[in-house]
Design a protein around this ligand. Structure first.
Ligand SMILES: [Zn+2]
Length: 160
């Protein structure tokens, strides 16, 4: 198992925490699972809103952010990206990476992706042949969230 501290995570915050303590926006390691061959699957919580704060994100904004995260992580970490999905509580995303668990690198990639998002003219993969609810998007809303997150990057790893 990789040394989580060396990778830039505070070991005390890895795993499930009391959701009343969670800060946002943050990048938090949920788990690191080593397979029999030595590959490691990293599950990372991208938390955009504090849980139960009355600030959960509208579904169209989350949906557009999800498309940008999918496009961006796939493009910037092609060897490592497995998947990204919306949290049902509408406060963030689950990111899954293979063999890339360095916290500063993941934060830099996320910042690059959000910078691209802030300049984008359209939501990726949002045509009717690519998306299951292609009218349910909000580019301007996603861009507001991206700009706000970029401003707060210095505290993304302070998860509580
Ligand atoms: Zn979609």
């Amino acid at each position: 198992m990789a040394n989580l501290e060396t990778l830039g995570w505070d070991p005390a915050t890895v795993g499930e925490l009391d959701h009343r303590l969670l800060a946002a926006p943050t990048v938090k390691l949920r788990s690191a699972t080593t397979g029999p061959g030595g590959d490691v699957v990293y599950c990372i919580d991208l938390r955009l809103r504090r849980p139960n704060s009355g600030e959960c994100l509208p579904m169209d904004t989350l949906h557009s952010l999800e498309h940008f995260l999918l496009e961006g992580f796939r493009r910037l970490l092609p060897e490592n990206f497995i998947s990204v999905g919306v949290m049902g509580c509408q406060t963030g995303f689950y990111l899954i990476l293979l063999n890339e668990g360095r916290a500063p690198l993941i934060c830099d990639v996320l910042a690059t992706l959000l910078g691209d998002l802030a300049q984008a003219q359209e939501v990726p993969y949002a045509r009717v042949d690519q998306c299951g609810n292609h009218r349910n998007h909000d580019l301007a809303g996603a861009q507001r969230i991206a700009r706000d997150m970029i401003e707060k990057k210095s505290s993304w790893l302070n998860v509580i």
